[in-house]
Design a protein around this ligand. Structure first.
Ligand SMILES: [Zn+2]
Ligand SMILES: [Zn+2]
Length: 329
């Protein structure tokens, strides 16, 4: 089995083969970035890393000043001691699971992922090989997180927009700027109604278009002309004046956390839409069962013990790779 080290706040190091995963230290010869969310991109901006072509574009647009070598899905990189391949992770456009094969064994690192995948991604795909060590995120690591069917959520999103527009009310969806915003656009474009997107999310949309994901009829947010459009912004923007000039408006909060009742009571919004870019608890457990790796290492989670308890029940050996759980949701 390959040795695995937690390395700093976010990263993982495989010391025997010199591979770093979402890693920003100096001990890896080859570093692979799972996706462009800030909690996975190295803070050390001078590093040279590999990422999928969309992730490389997002990183550059978001100010990464190191070197990013694009590595497409399914095209392995061979080093002296390992073979590394990206597989689609279904989380946001370009998000990848990293599969590392070596004489010491193999490791599949999920980064953030979702299966079934988000429709605004390249899908979700697993390596065919038997997995030795499965390093999985577990953001939604309690059995209270069970997602509704994708179609049901898409209907809720479209009907929130159309029923408010019919009544002369401007609908606002809160969603983080990379991934969730574009997934909502992808779902809402069917309404053929103009959308305005917060500037920080708008500038990332071109990468979706370049990779064949048309996001519909949209423009960047403009305070003077936003009334009557479908608006999308991060929830933080609502506190700093976004659309504050629009009198008749309603807000939908779009996040997996909306499924948690204690969070619901803290939020002052008009609608809760529990759409997540991560898999739910039951999808996580059933994927572990399907893969039946020699070991599952859990990261990126507030509740590793609960996941471990369920894996114990399936006879799957597991451990907690002690990373901090931080995410954009
Ligand atoms: Zn992410
Ligand atoms: Zn993350």
């Amino acid at each position: 089995m390959l040795k695995i080290r937690k390395a700093g706040y976010h990263g993982i190091l495989l010391p025997e083969v010199g591979v770093g995963l979402d890693y920003s230290g100096t001990k890896a010869q080859h570093i692979f970035i799972s996706h462009a969310h800030a909690d996975h991109v190295p803070q050390n901006k001078k590093l040279s890393v590999y990422a999928t072509p969309p992730t490389a574009s997002f990183m550059k647009l978001r100010g990464f000043r190191g070197t990013v070598t694009p590595l497409p899905f399914g095209k392995p990189l061979e080093t002296d001691t390992a073979r590394i391949t990206f597989y689609p992770a279904g989380h946001i456009l370009g998000s990848a699971m990293t599969f590392v094969e070596s004489d010491y064994g193999n490791v599949l690192y999920t980064g953030d992922y979702r299966t079934p995948p988000s429709p605004a991604t390249e899908g979700f795909e697993l390596p065919e090989a038997q997995i030795d060590t499965f390093i999985t995120e577990a953001t939604f690591s309690l059995p209270i997180y069970k997602w509704k069917a994708e179609k049901e959520l898409a209907n809720q999103i479209r009907s929130f927009a159309s029923k408010n527009l019919e009544q002369g009310i401007t609908p606002i969806f809160t969603a983080y700027n990379l991934g969730k915003a574009q997934e909502l656009m992808f779902i809402l474009k069917e309404l053929n109604h103009p959308m305005q997107i917060h500037g920080a999310g708008y500038k990332l949309c071109s990468v979706y278009e370049e990779h064949g994901f048309s996001l519909g009829n949209y423009e960047t947010y403009d305070r003077e002309s936003c009334e009557g459009k479908i608006l999308i912004c991060p929830s933080s923007a609502l506190g700093t004046g976004f659309a504050s000039n629009v009198k008749k408006k309603k807000v939908a909060y779009c996040s997996g956390w909306a499924a948690n009742e204690s969070r619901q009571t803290q939020l002052t919004v008009d609608e809760l839409i529990p759409i997540s870019d991560h898999l739910d608890f039951f999808e996580l457990i059933s994927l572990c069962k399907q893969l039946s790796p020699k070991k599952v290492l859990i990261t990126h989670t507030p509740n590793p013990r609960v996941v471990q308890h369920y894996l114990d029940g399936l006879g799957i050996n597991s451990g907690f790779l002690d990373l901090e759980a931080v995410d954009n949701e």
